[in-house]
Every structure is written in C-alpha cells, then in structure tokens.
Design a protein around this ligand. Structure first.
Ligand code: CA
Length: 219
C-alpha cells in the first residue's frame, strides 16, 4: 500500500513517515498543500493522511479538489484539538475519518488499517486464502497454522496480491505499493521478492503472467 502524508509539522511528519514505513507501507511525505495537490494528481495512492492546517493551500481545499477530480481514495484528516468545526467540515467535505492532535502513532496506524480494509471492500481483519492467513494488524502470516517469517516488503506484496485474488497486478502497481519516492526499486527487486514468497509459501501460490505481472488465482 502506498500512502501520502501531507503534514507541515516536521517532527510529526517525520514520526508518521518512519512509523508507517515500519508498518510496511510505502510512504511519501509532502509539507504543504500545493505539493500535496500535485502529488495526488501525478501519483497513485491508496490512502491520504491530510493535516487541515497546511501552508500554501489549505487541507480543506486539497480535499475538495481531490473529490472534485473523482478520486475515491480514503482520507484521514488531522485537526487541531480545539477545532470542532474542522472535523465536521472535513467529514462533510469527503474525509473518511479524523484524528485530533496530539496524534498517537498506534491509533493512527490502527485507523489507517481500518480505512485500508474498507477501501479493499472487506470488513474482516484477516486475509485468508486456502491455508494461508495474513493478519495486516499484527503483520503476521501463517500457513496451515504455522508462522512464516516474511520481510516487510514481502508482506506488503503478499497483502496486495491477497486483496486482489483473481486479478492480475501489473509490475507498476506492485512496485508503486511497496516503494516510495526515496527508494527506487532496482530492476529485478520485484522478482527477488516474489521468488522469496514462493520459496516460503509454495511455488503455486503466485502465477507469473509474462510481460504483464502477477496474480494469486482464486483457490
Ligand atoms: Ca499544520
């Protein structure tokens, strides 16, 4: 999953970026509303964390423009603690959830997971495929009840594939969801991660469609 954080407070922005990367998300961070608007127009994100008090272009305006373009990604807004009106305006303006500052990282991560789950069209917190179970909250995978050790990127790739069982995911989609701007993938990194997933979870789980991408077929 690829997230955009729009937050001008350097300490909070840095903390959110580092924390969410540790949770396995590809995270890009912008520090003003114009940069946020531009990034949302040019890149593909699965979720936006949006501070309403942004310089150059207000967060509400970023949100309004996003929804006017018909972009449906979930938006979690961050508001100052005394700004009740902001929460209401934000939710009415197309945000899906809000958090009031000061932000606790654990709560933010839980809300991000809940929004991602709903955006992927599922209410259940666990992803199941045959004997394979992935727990996005606990960042754990089991196969026939036995825990399987996966790297953060392997887990992110597997989650995206399991959220799209039966659909072909292109290289670009997979790479965009596990790499942010700062760490460009080298050309065969995706193949290496897929190879590791097959070795750990069985050769038949992930099918290659040569020149197109990968898919996990319906069980
Ligand atoms: Ca701010």
């Amino acid at each position: 999953m690829r997230l955009l954080i729009a937050e001008d407070d350097p300490q909070l922005g840095d903390g959110l970026t580092v924390g969410l990367r540790q949770d396995g998300y590809a995270v890009d961070w912008v520090k003003d509303g114009v940069a946020a608007d531009l990034a949302l127009k040019s890149e593909s994100y699965d979720l936006l964390v949006l501070d309403l008090g942004l310089p150059r272009l207000a967060g509400m305006e970023v949100l309004t423009r996003l929804r006017e373009r018909g972009q449906a990604l979930p938006v979690l807004i961050l508001t100052a603690h005394d700004a009740t009106g902001d929460k209401i305006a934000g939710l009415d303006g197309g945000a899906d959830d809000y958090l009031v500052k000061p932000i606790g990282l654990a709560e933010l991560a839980a809300r991000v997971r809940a929004l991602a789950r709903r955006a992927a069209g599922r209410a259940a917190p666990l992803l199941r495929h045959g004997e394979l179970v992935l727990d996005p909250a606990g960042r754990q995978v089991t196969l026939a009840g036995m825990p399987v050790e996966l790297s953060a990127r392997e887990l992110s790739l597997l989650q995206l594939l399991l959220e799209n069982v039966g659909r072909v995911m292109t290289r670009a989609q997979l790479e965009a969801s596990v790499y942010g701007w700062r760490d460009e993938p080298d050309s065969n990194a995706l193949e290496v991660h897929i190879h590791h997933l097959r070795r750990k979870l069985g050769a038949d789980l992930i099918k290659t469609l040569r020149g197109i991408g990968y898919t996990v077929p319906k069980a």
